[in-house]
Design a binder for this molecule. Structure first.
Ligand SMILES: [Zn+2]
Length: 153
């Protein structure tokens, strides 16, 4: 998916969510969403704010954070915790072929690609339901928590 497609796809999903919840689709929201798509990969709310301020926009941390929460609810971004425990977000593309491994003990997460599994998932059909995307989280123990103090490099 190219950048324009990713952006219009994300916008469409956000607009749908906003109208379903009778929320306004403001230019500010769309501008923040555009930046989220442009950033590619994962980012923290602070990094997003820095990027927006760098572009000359005057926004507060609260505005950025509230919009990220909204985008998360709309399924436009995904929220997770980075390996060092920071809350991070990323654009949830419909063609995202990553799944997230989450450690049940320490909460660290790691992304891995699994194109084969995703190919199967995209073929799934469910009655009275049109699939728009999916998030996969696999729960278990990371090597650090499983190792009982053993450090593996
Ligand atoms: Zn762990």
């Amino acid at each position: 998916m190219n950048d324009e497609k990713r952006k219009s796809d994300a916008e469409e999903r956000l607009r749908q969510y906003l109208s379903q919840h009778r929320l306004r689709c403001t230019p500010e929201r769309l501008m923040i969403l555009g930046k989220v798509v442009a950033l590619k990969g994962s980012f923290s709310p602070a990094q997003l704010l820095d990027a927006l301020v760098g572009d000359g926009f005057r926004l507060s941390h609260g505005t950025v954070y509230n919009n990220l929460k909204l985008f998360d609810a709309a399924g436009v971004v995904r929220r997770r915790r980075s390996e060092d425990g920071v809350e991070i977000y990323e654009c949830a593309s419909r063609e995202d072929e990553h799944l997230t491994l989450v450690c049940s003990r320490c909460g660290r997460s790691r992304e891995i690609r699994d194109a084969e599994l995703f190919r199967l998932l995209k073929l799934r059909r469910y009655p009275s339901f049109v699939m728009a995307g999916f998030d996969l989280y696999i729960h278990g123990l990371c090597s650090r928590c499983r190792g009982g103090g053993r450090i593996r490099k």
